[in-house]
Each structure stands twice: as structure tokens, then as C-alpha cells.
Design a protein around this ligand. Structure first.
Ligand SMILES: Nc1ncnc2c1ncn2[C@@H]1O[C@H](COP(=O)(O)OP(=O)(O)OP(=O)(O)O)[C@@H](O)[C@H]1O
Ligand SMILES: [Mg+2]
Length: 326
């Protein structure tokens, strides 16, 4: 399952994605964790110290390698340079799997040991001004989108992405790449307004969106979220002393997380697991083609001096059953 955590700045995306990743690791699940947020804090939230976090290789700096690997022998893609973030896989392309070793993980992923097991962590790298807003070409999250479009994940495998709810994810097709999107919202008007905006974008693409209330204290907070987001409210998390202790640099063992918060994490997991049966690889492929054609027309054809619509393999449907070239 591919799972995104989005929300307003400071809402608790990194905290909740890191807790969810720890929860998955504790039950022995296979996890790839990706930090695609403007503020790169997932490594620290998973317990890396500053020096370790600083040493993480940035996916944004390794785009050429990623493209060259994923292109494989796809005859529709003449060179890695002609590949953009939305170039879809086709016959001959290489795909990514959660459990395998491959050159993309070698270059971009690092193992992080957690109580209960290790996960792979990948980071986009710090954002600069050029990454934000309309500068699609420079987008750091392009590397993540490319990987998600070439990823075939099975039922007991998880890719968890910590990302913003900002315009960057809507300028591309990134927000449609997940089996489920958890929107983290504090019980405030601002928190809820981000939800409304996301919901609006998501509606036309059938994006499965659930709200995770964070820093919810008491009935009044709960009533507020219920009234504002209705049935989209999946679960709420209160203030966590475990999180606070971790922030002080004294992480307790994960077993010591408050029961009520562990139950909330389990609800996230069963909800994510429940999406697998409804997964529609044809629609997933159609949507990546849609965004590729949109990108090709709006900026990429002009930049590359070629019609990048020709990169689309009309007969290809991404799925767990695709057989790749040796
Ligand atoms: N449930 C919680 N209990 C205690 N502290 C929390 C909780 N959720 C978030 N926090 C604290 O609130 C702060 C902001 O959380 P976090 O960094 O996860 O938000 P974010 O949405 O990722 O922010 P940014 O947009 O800056 O990336 C952090 O200091 C975090 O430790
Ligand atoms: Mg964050």
C-alpha cells in the first residue's frame, strides 16, 4: 500500500507518519519511508541524529541515476534526459518493488533501525525557493512521483510518504499516487480549510482521503472536527507524552507508546490494508498518463523540443503481474 500523510505546516504530518512507520515496523511489515515534505524532519522523527540525517542521500540529486535505471530497455524513451517526472513506464521499463534490492535503493535509501525491525528511508533533500510553486521542472518531489509510478507494491508492503498539502503536489499528479491519503488536521479553522482544499482537488480523481485529527483534547475538539469533516474523520490522536519525550532526545521504547495512540495507529493500518482490494491498476496507469500528457503540453514538449506524448505505451498497464526485462 502507498500511503501519504498530508496537512497544514505544523499539523503533525511528520510525527504521525513516523509513529505509523514505527507501528508497521513493530509488526514486522516491509516498509519504505519517504520524506517528501518541505521541512525534512522524517529522519529525525525516526531517531536519526543530526549528523546521520545530514548524511542521507537526496533523491533530488540522483534523478539521472533513477531515470536511467527505470527506463530499462523501453524503446519509447530514447534517453534518461528525455524522461520527466511523469514519464510513465511501458514495455521494457524497470519497476520497483518494496522488498528487493536495486540500484535506486542502493543510491537513495538507507536502513533505519527501529524497535521491532528496520525500514528503508529515502528523502527528497532540502527544498529551495526554486522547488516551490510553479517551477515544475525543478520539483524535488518529481523523483518520488517517478518512483511511485514505477512501483508495484503488494498487500503486506508499505510505502509511507510524509508530504505537504501544498500546491506542489497538485501541480503534478503526486496526490493521485496513493491507495490512501491521511490528512492530518488540528481542530482549528486553518487545519480544516486545508482539508477542504485537498478534498476539492481529490474529488475528480477518486482520491481516498481520510482525516486524522491531531492534538485533539476533549469533546469540544472532537465535536468541532466531526462537524467540519463529517464521515471523513477516521480517528483522532491526543497529546502524546511519548512524542514529547522523543523530542527531548530521550526516545522511550516503542512499546511504551500510549495505548490509545497505538489503537489509533492500528486503525490507520487496517484502513490502509482495506484499500488493497479496491485497488485499480488500470485507473492508476490512466491517471499517470493523464498527468504526463498535461505536463508534456504545458511545459515539457517545448523544453525538450519533442512530443513527449510519444513516451506513452498505450498497451501498458502497471500491475504486480508485469514481467520485466532481465
Ligand atoms: N500528538 C502529538 N503529541 C505531542 N506532540 C506532538 C503531537 N503531534 C505533533 N506534535 C509536535 O508538534 C510539532 C509539529 O509536529 P510535526 O513536525 O510532526 O508537524 P509537521 O506537520 O510535520 O510540520 P512541518 O509542516 O513543519 O513539517 C512537533 O514538535 C511535534 O513533536
Ligand atoms: Mg514535517
Amino acid at each position: 500500500m502507498k500511503i501519504a500523510f498530508v496537512g497544514k505546516g505544523g499539523s503533525g504530518k511528520t510525527t504521525l507518519s513516523s509513529l505509523f512507520i514505527r507501528h508497521l515496523a513493530a509488526v514486522g511489515a516491509h516498509v519504505v519511508a519517504i520524506d517528501a515534505d518541505i521541512n525534512q524532519h522524517l529522519g529525525a522523527a525516526l531517531g536519526l541524529d543530526e549528523a546521520e540525517a545530514a548524511r542521507l542521500p537526496a533523491m533530488g540529486d540522483r534523478l539521472a541515476l533513477i531515470k536511467d535505471y527505470l527506463r530499462g530497455t523501453n524503446p519509447r524513451i530514447g534517453s534518461a534526459e528525455s524522461m520527466i517526472k511523469t514519464t510513465p513506464p511501458g514495455e521494457g521499463s524497470r519497476l520497483l518493488r518494496v522488498r528487493e534490492d536495486n540500484p535506486v535503493y542502493d543510491a537513495c535509501a538507507r536502513p533505519v533501525e527501529l524497535d521491532g525491525g528496520a525500514v528503508r528511508l529515502m528523502v527528497t533533500g532540502p527544498f529551495t525557493d526554486a522547488d516551490l510553486g510553479v517551477a515544475c521542472y525543478h520539483s524535488k518531489t518529481g523523483a518520488v512521483e517517478l518512483c511511485l509510478n514505477h512501483l508495484v507494491d503488494g498487500p503486506d508492503e508499505y510505502v509511507v510518504v510524509d508530504m505537504t498539502a501544498g500546491s506542489d503536489s497538485f501541480a503534478s499528479g503526486m496526490f493521485t499516487r496513493f491507495d490512501i491519503t491521511f490528512l492530518v488536521a488540528e481542530p482549528t479553522r486553518k487545519g480544516v480549510s486545508v482539508y477542504r482544499q485537498y478534498k476539492e482537488y481529490a474529488r475528480d480523481f477518486g482520491v481516498e482521503l481520510k482525516v486524522v485529527g491531531n492534538k485533539v483534547q476533549g469533546q469540544d475538539d472532537l465535536d468541532f472536527l466531526r462537524a467540519e469533516v463529517g464521515d471523513d474523520l477516521l480517528v483522532t490522536v491526543g497529546h502524546s507524552d511519548w512524542v514529547r519525550a522523543m523530542e527531548k532526545g530521550r526516545p522511550p521504547r516503542f512499546e511504551q507508546l500510549e495505548d490509545v495512540n497505538r489503537r489509533a495507529l492500528d486503525t490507520l493500518r487496517t484502513t490502509a490494508d482495506g484499500t488493497y482490494e479496491r485497488r485499480d491498476w488500470e485507473r492508476y496507469t490512466r491517471q499517470m498518463v493523464h498527468f504526463h500528457l498535461k505536463n508534456a503540453q504545458s511545459w515539457a514538449n517545448e523544453r525538450h523540443g519533442a512530443d513527449l506524448a510519444a513516451q506513452v505505451d498505450p498497451d501498458f498497464v502497471l500491475s504486480e503481474g508485469v514481467v520485466e526485462p532481465a
